[in-house]
Design a protein around this ligand. Structure first.
Ligand code: SOE
Length: 383
């Protein structure tokens, strides 16, 4: 019988639903993985958390996350709450000996991310941070191609993550727009995914130069937080304290150069997470909105057949894809979370913390801090 891992999840909204779905589907597609048991979900509002527990299949609920952490029947704490709560929860969970999976960004700043890493290492618990895009089969395959040398020495990465859900100035001042809760705006919410993918595929950055912009400085205060939008009260306005958009240049330790952009003001782009990498013998490009495809170009293609071609990463040879349907039958956004949880459980079984773990979370935070400092100081910043 496969090992059972008992989960306690703190928070239950968008990401809570995504993680719950991943646990529920894991054994269906990866029957050899340890079996998740959805023991309990926690939230402050009793009627709302009870309803979420029933809808998402959790066996019980708690209204105090500290009770959840102290429960003997919980092995893993899954953190899907707003960013400012991550450090306190993670440190307490580590001290209680629980393995931890946390939504990104790990913390609001480098200092707290450091404290979180120290706590998981000191208490010898397994840890991961949810950079789910690493786990798209096409992205994993891109990593394999790079590691096998298909691209040769890497010269460039250009990556952007574009959304448009806050362009309307009457969009409410949700927690994602407040520095004390979110840490940063487009940078920490979506730019961080590009940073993580660049570190995964190209390597560590050593220096950055950036600009940041807040286009709408005041927004209506929400009368109620909920999902991505919440409900707004158009009579009362509050200050937006994070960036709406960022752009930065990066120098990598291996000599590659990077150009990055993250914005939630790119009209028409709902979730355009895209990168292109160019090396001396080939190029690859990927776009989340066509997530099962990887465009590749190799310099050794015969004359007349030069140029990009598209691989559909739905074959058995492509990471994770063989667990699903016959070739050409696509998978989606939610499956990246199933793969992440699968990896996390492998780590728990063998007592190691798979990447991206809290060390990656800390590195991503350090890159973000340098990006912010560069925008303020108007110059290059070392990481
Ligand atoms: C909202 O902008 C959001 O849900 C992010 O928080 C996620 O990390 C990103 O993957 C999709 O967009």
């Amino acid at each position: 019988m496969a090992e059972q891992i008992n989960i306690g999840m703190i928070g239950y909204k968008f990401m809570g639903k995504m993680h719950s779905h991943a646990y529920r589907d894991l054994s269906f597609f990866f029957p050899d993985s340890p079996k998740p048991c959805l023991k309990a979900v926690s939230g402050r509002n009793e009627s709302a958390v009870k309803k979420a527990a029933e809808e998402m299949g959790w066996h019980s609920y708690e209204t105090d996350w500290r009770h959840l952490i102290q429960r003997d029947d919980i092995d893993v704490i899954d953190i899907v709450t707003p960013n400012h709560t991550h450090p306190e929860i993670a440190i307490e969970a580590a001290e209680a000996g629980k393995h931890i999976i946390s939504e990104k960004p790990l913390a609001l700043d480098v200092k707290d991310a450091n404290r979180m890493l120290e706590a998981v290492e000191k208490n010898n618990v397994v840890h991961m941070v949810c950079h789910n895009y690493r786990f798209a089969p096409a992205v994993q395959y891109a990593k394999q191609l790079i590691e096998k040398g298909y691209l040769g020495k890497i010269h460039h990465i250009r990556a952007h993550y574009l959304q448009d859900f806050i362009i309307d100035p009457s969009f409410p001042l949700i927690w994602r727009l407040k520095k004390e809760v979110a840490g940063s705006g487009a940078l920490g919410d979506i730019g961080i995914h590009s940073i993580d993918l660049a570190r995964f595929l190209v390597g560590e950055m050593e220096e950055v130069s950036s600009m940041m912009k807040t286009f709408v400085e005041e927004r209506p205060v929400p009368s109620e937080e909920g999902g991505l939008r919440g409900t707004s009260n158009q009579n009362e306005y509050g200050q937006v304290t994070v960036d709406d958009a960022i752009a930065f240049l990066a120098k990598f330790k291996n000599g590659a150069m990077g150009i990055f952009e993250a914005t939630r003001f790119a009209g028409g782009n709902r979730n355009k997470n895209k990168f292109e990498i160019n090396g001396e013998t080939g190029s690859i490009r990927w776009d989340m909105e066509r997530m099962n495809e990887l465009d590749v170009y190799f310099t050794d293609s015969p004359e007349g057949l030069q140029g990009f071609r598209t691989i559909h990463c739905t074959e058995e040879q492509h990471p994770y894809a063989g667990a699903y349907w016959p070739p050409g039958h696509s998978i989606g956004y939610e499956h990246t979370f199933i793969h992440l949880v699968h990896q996390f459980f492998q780590g728990i079984s063998a007592n190691y913390s798979p990447h991206p773990n809290f060390k990656d979370g800390l590195m991503n935070q350090r890159v973000m801090e340098s990006i912010e400092n560069s925008a303020i100081n108007r110059g290059w910043e070392k990481i």
